[in-house]
Design a protein around this ligand. Structure first.
Ligand SMILES: C[S@@+](CC[C@H](N)C(=O)[O-])C[C@H]1O[C@@H](n2cnc3c(N)ncnc32)[C@H](O)[C@@H]1O
Length: 234
């Protein structure tokens, strides 16, 4: 990727991208303090799914840069993504980067009884939490890399999907890796299907336009860090 021209004035999008990156970096720098806080919270914890979700996720985030967001998605971001997914029309749904299932649980609540959800997660700890906490016969959970999504789906006899959502940080893939995954994603979608990535930065927009006919852009500020939600139509 070419370096930004320092003489070019910053756009609103650049400022938001910088803010997202800054929040992530600051949290990583405060790692020691956070580790201590997590331990203390565990000792005094009253129990409850939400606390467990948050602490487990935060610990995994500290160990694995691919997790990208500091906390699981907020209910505001989850609901915004769910609205974009058009679940009443989706028979086959794929989730890239399910973590321990904050988005997954809500999809299962809202999707049709006859629909199928394939949830893919790379981080072992988060994947183990996912399969322990989220049990639903309509879900297939896979520990794997979304860059192999075509092979993962084929193992289950699935070759097409109606809706694919993604929390995986595309910014961490190589330029070629991003294009390959977008190409695979577009190929896997049925005509009229949609891809809904939620991301901290706007870098994906021009690439989405290469592979999809229409791209809607929304911004959810009530999340840590704030996220863009893109709806790309095949
Ligand atoms: C920003 S988090 C989103 C988690 C969750 N879906 C949510 O909304 O809270 C991104 C997730 O993608 C996973 N991930 C990153 N790269 C991946 C890859 N190549 N394949 C599968 N999962 C990946 C990370 O481990 C992490 O759980």
């Amino acid at each position: 990727m070419s370096k930004p021209d320092p003489r070019r004035p910053k756009s609103d999008r650049d400022v938001l991208d910088d803010l997202g990156n800054l929040i992530g970096e600051s949290v990583k720098k405060g790692r020691a303090k956070l580790e201590k806080l997590i331990e203390e919270s565990r000792k005094h914890k009253k129990g409850g799914h939400d606390d467990d979700d948050f602490l487990g996720y935060l610990r995994a985030f500290l160990d694995d840069r691919n997790i990208a967001a500091v906390t699981p998605s907020s209910k505001f971001l989850v609901d915004r993504v769910i609205r974009a997914m058009n679940l009443p029309n989706a028979g086959v749904i794929v989730e890239y980067g399910a973590a321990q299932g904050v988005m997954t649980r809500r999809i299962l609540e809202k999707m049709r009884p006859d629909a199928k959800l394939i949830a893919i997660e790379f981080n072992r700890r988060l994947f183990d939490e996912l399969i322990e906490r989220v049990r639903d016969p309509r879900m297939i959970a896979e520990h794997g890399d979304v860059r192999e999504v075509d092979q993962i789906l084929a193992r289950h006899g699935i070759h097409k999907a109606d809706t694919i959502i993604s929390g995986v940080p595309f910014a961490f893939f190589s330029g070629r890796g991003r294009h390959e995954l977008l190409h695979k994603t577009s190929e896997l979608l049925n005509p009229g299907g949609r891809f809904v990535p939620y991301q901290v930065t706007t870098h994906l927009i021009p690439m989405l336009k290469d592979y999809f006919s229409d791209v809607d852009i929304q911004f959810e500020v009530r999340n840590m860090p704030p996220h863009f939600v893109f709806t790309a139509l095949k």
